[in-house]
Design a protein around this ligand. Structure first.
Ligand SMILES: CC(C)(COP(=O)(O)OP(=O)(O)OC[C@H]1O[C@@H](n2cnc3c(N)ncnc32)[C@H](O)[C@@H]1OP(=O)(O)O)[C@@H](O)C(=O)NCCC(=O)NCCS
Length: 172
């Protein structure tokens, strides 16, 4: 008999989560972005970043991180700063179970509490239906450079006005 998997909880990310965040980031790109991008693009995009980059994003660059955790394992994360949603990536093993939506809502609530009234982001094309379902709209398409590799990916610039409607303010 297999053990029941622990439920997924959302909490703030800390520098101690850097490795788990990186693992989920890589698995997400490789598992979920391949539908819309070439293998060469996915390879560059998912090549491992130094753990220090994630830590510095939190401690020096001022990005606010939330992680989705299943037991001790990080299975997704979101990051935002100012009006920018910097990242949201879900491990394929929990995709399609509402985890991305919970992370996005938590980031939106956190931003609103800090006075942010609008989010923008560069959305990957595979994520368009997700963002649309959460009220974001495309205002332009653009090519996004991948880490000075000379390789670019086509993205949609999306935006949404943040309102308290339907938002439960939680204390995470
Ligand atoms: C995009 C992503 C974050 C979505 O996370 P997820 O946990 O799978 O999405 P959820 O299960 O929370 O879905 C939330 C809503 O989006 C909709 N949705 C998600 N993916 C969808 C798809 N491919 N097609 C249609 N609808 C989709 C769901 O139906 C759901 O709608 P509902 O709120 O009406 O029920 C996830 O697929 C991912 O990490 N993708 C790879 C990384 C990536 O592209 N990140 C974005 C970088 S900009």
């Amino acid at each position: 008999m297999s053990a029941k998997k622990p439920s997924v909880t959302i909490r703030r990310g800390t520098p101690a989560d850097a490795r788990g965040i990186r693992d989920a980031h890589i698995a997400s790109i490789r598992g979920l972005c391949v539908t819309h991008y070439s293998q060469a693009q996915v390879d560059v995009w998912s090549s491992p970043r130094p753990l220090e980059r994630y830590r510095k994003a939190m401690t020096e660059k001022g990005e606010s991180y939330f992680v989705a955790a299943q037991g001790r394992r990080v299975v997704g994360f979101a990051a935002w700063k100012d009006e920018e949603l910097c990242a949201i990536y879900i491990h394929p093993r929990v995709a399609g179970q509402g985890v991305g939506k919970r992370l996005l809502e938590q980031a939106e609530r956190d931003a609103m509490r800090k006075g942010v009234r609008r989010f923008r982001m560069h959305a990957s094309l595979n994520a368009l239906p997700f963002y649309r379902s959460q009220g974001y709209r495309v205002y332009r398409y653009a090519m996004h450079p991948l880490r000075r590799s000379g390789i670019t990916i086509r993205c949609a610039k999306m935006t949404k006005r943040l309102t308290k409607t339907g938002c439960r303010l939680s204390s995470a």
